[in-house]
Design a protein around this ligand. Structure first.
Ligand SMILES: Cc1cc2nc3c(=O)[nH]c(=O)nc-3n(C[C@H](O)[C@H](O)[C@H](O)COP(=O)(O)O)c2cc1C
Length: 162
């Protein structure tokens, strides 16, 4: 069975709440999912997942260094994540405070790994973004993201299905 990792950094809990919501949605849509704080993820762990979804608060318009560190360390496995599903989400303090650039910065790194990224024609186009604590709209975006990425992962890795 394919597996997903939702890894997040969160200082005040907003991004963590989104991570929990996305993980719950992935599970509800039949994808076995681990939810972990990014600091507990060893870079070699990434090899065990068919979908890797990273969340960070928006810090100066981009991801926190903890998330960037995992990505920089992942160069050790450059090429080994090719074809797997990637995703990103964020919480920022302000509505136009750099949340989209944060999501895109994470997605860029995942694309450099050769991972498969799915945009959305509705709602949050690049990945879920909340302002502060996720409101009803942002929670819905997390639910929808989990549903869509679970479907994509199960489609791309049917051989691993039970
Ligand atoms: C070091 C630092 C930098 C930040 N930079 C930004 C920023 O560029 N734009 C923004 O909108 N909010 C910024 N914020 C606010 C956080 O993105 C916001 O509080 C977020 O909800 C925190 O998420 P968390 O609860 O998961 O830690 C910053 C906060 C900190 C501590």
């Amino acid at each position: 069975m394919p597996k997903a990792l939702v890894a997040y950094f969160s200082r005040t809990g907003h991004t963590k709440k989104m991570a929990e919501r996305i993980a719950a949605s992935l599970r509800a849509h039949d994808l076995e999912t681990d939810l972990r704080a990014v600091g507990t993820v060893a870079v070699s762990d990434l090899l065990h997942y068919e979908a890797i979804i990273l969340g960070s608060p928006t810090y100066y318009g981009t991801m926190s260094w903890e998330v960037k560190k995992l990505l920089d360390d992942s160069v050790k496995y450059h090429g080994r994540l090719r074809g797997r599903v990637g995703g990103a989400f964020t919480s920022s303090g302000n509505r136009a405070g750099g949340n989209e650039t944060t999501v895109l910065d994470i997605l860029k790194a995942l694309m450099i790994h050769g991972m498969v990224i799915q945009g959305d024609h509705q709602g949050d186009h690049y990945g879920p973004a909340a302002v502060g604590a996720a409101d009803a709209r942002a929670l819905k975006s997390c639910d929808r993201y989990g549903e869509r990425l679970a479907a994509l992962t199960l489609k791309l890795f049917p051989g691993l299905k039970n």
